[in-house]
Design a protein around this ligand. Structure first.
Ligand code: DCC
Length: 160
């Protein structure tokens, strides 16, 4: 599998790849990535695990356009962030994205369904290394590598 990871998103030697605990625990209704109540959200739904690879999908609609008829790169990056984030949380702790590196390989037209896959490449202390990719009609369209950082519960306390 080709990796898009840089030195900052490549796990160090000795990092372990833990088993994932299904389902992902982050079902916050207001989440842009997965929330049912986020009216402008992309509503990614975890659809299962293939070994250590989590699978999900979303369909690009007009509201996601950048150039006419094409998905905005930020939407695709957000979808990858969500997919990787769900895998991080299936490691059993709370994580946030510290760094997200994204390659955009082909334009993604409105109406496309992007099939996303994400997996962990290693955990080292508070750092979790994740990778993922999105295919459209069987063709690799986007991919990402990320560093997630474990945070305490208080990180998610509501702010004024
Ligand atoms: C209620 C349910 C809701 C559930 C909601 C779940 C939503 C999930 C959504 C998907 C995921 C997201 O989008 S999360 C949202 C986007 N992300 C964020 O908002 C994160 C904002 N950033 C932060 O809060 C902070 O910077 C942290 C937590 C990432 C790190 O701060 P910290 O805790 O003080 O730790 P710090 O010492 O700085 O860093 C720890 C180690 O990580 C390294 N490190 C930190 N950041 C980076 C980085 N960008 N690139 C490289 N390395 C980094 C440091 O060098 C250090 O390495 P060493 O010296 O130890 O070697």
């Amino acid at each position: 599998m080709t990796t898009p990871a840089s030195a900052k998103t490549t796990p160090p030697t000795g990092a372990v790849v833990p088993a994932l605990k299904e389902p992902p625990p982050t079902e916050y209704d207001g989440c842009f990535g997965c929330g049912d109540q986020a009216s402008d959200g992309i509503r990614l739904k975890h659809t299962g695990l293939d070994g250590k690879v989590a699978e999900t999908a979303f369909t690009v609609v007009e509201a996601h356009q950048g150039a006419p008829g094409l998905a905005h790169g930020g939407i695709l990056a957000a979808a990858l962030d969500e997919a990787l984030g769900s895998v991080a949380w299936m490691l059993g702790k709370r994580y946030v994205t510290g760094r997200l590196e994204t390659d955009f390989l082909t334009p993604v037209p409105v109406g496309s369904t992007v099939q996303l896959r994400a997996w962990c490449t290693g955990v080292d202390g508070r750092k979790a290394y994740l990778e993922g990719e999105g295919h459209v009609d069987g063709k690799l369209a986007v991919r990402a590598a990320a560093l997630f950082i474990e945070v305490p519960e208080e990180h998610f306390e509501e702010r004024p």
